[in-house]
Write a protein that binds this ligand. Sequence first.
Ligand code: PSU
Ligand code: MN
Length: 306
Amino acid sequence: MYQYLKLSKEVEEALKKGKKVVALESTIISHGMPYPKNYETALNCEKIVREEGCVPATIAIIKGTICVGLTKEEIEFIARVGKEVIKTSRRDIPVIVSKGLNGATTVAATAFIASLVGIRVFATGGIGGVHRGAEVSMDISCDLDELALDNIAVVCAGAKAILDLEKTLEYLETKGVPVIGYRTLSLPAFYTKDSDYKVNYQMDTPLEIAKMLYTKWELGITGGALITNPIPDEYSMDKTYINKAIDEALKKMNELGIKGKEQTPYLLKTIVELTGGSSLEANIKLVYNNCHLASQIAKELDKLYD
Ligand code: PSU
Ligand code: MN
């Protein structure tokens, strides 16, 4: 297995010492945001993790090598090339690696790779979920199944209203994945700090979350947990306004007949256009917020594993 992997020196050393490493995905860079904001955001995420006293591990596949911890140049390459880098989820990994291609890893692929090397905390913006109309289309993101498989905590800002939040929660329940709300009982909805749905449990400190994770894995309950961290109040968008943009983007997508893995990137791009860029600013702010919390959880976990 190790012949396919390359860890940066910094990540390798940090993992030898403990758990103070935070994984970061790369599809958010290539497909989630436009250049150059994506590049700036990816570098700032790493900076926040370092300032919190942890080591960032941005994950991507570069010319067929699974890289855990990227150089600035590698991050810039993915940011610049954007959607031409292949969006790589679990099913795509063996193809991209065996063909020596470049792949930007989704939440599912990043969680798989991170947990393989012993990283226990991962920060992102939003995860994939059960799409609206999934009872007909069967479009359920592989992110949800992956969360059930890997021993990793994924810190996100909840799920976007482009998804069916209620079905996403049901699916996670079926898969045995706990959904925690950080200082909230309401499931955050990405651009807005709350929704009409409830998380399973509210937890108010990184230590409380770390203790739950530690207990889960000590008990041998494999799989991850979803830590939902609401967008800070000052950046939370107006619900009516953003939901209108989301509905319009969904309508356009259906008219164009966009399906499968292209849906999420199309929706994100169209929502940015419809909101004149304000959804992108909210997106960036919530990712930073998640990098802070993920690092704080990683530090507490590190102490528990000592
Ligand atoms: N949600 C976002 N930004 C993103 C994604 C989701 O707000 O960049 C990306 C993540 O990489 C996630 C993927 O894992 O989209 C989910 O894609 P799909 O729905 O095709 O599984
Ligand atoms: Mn899908």
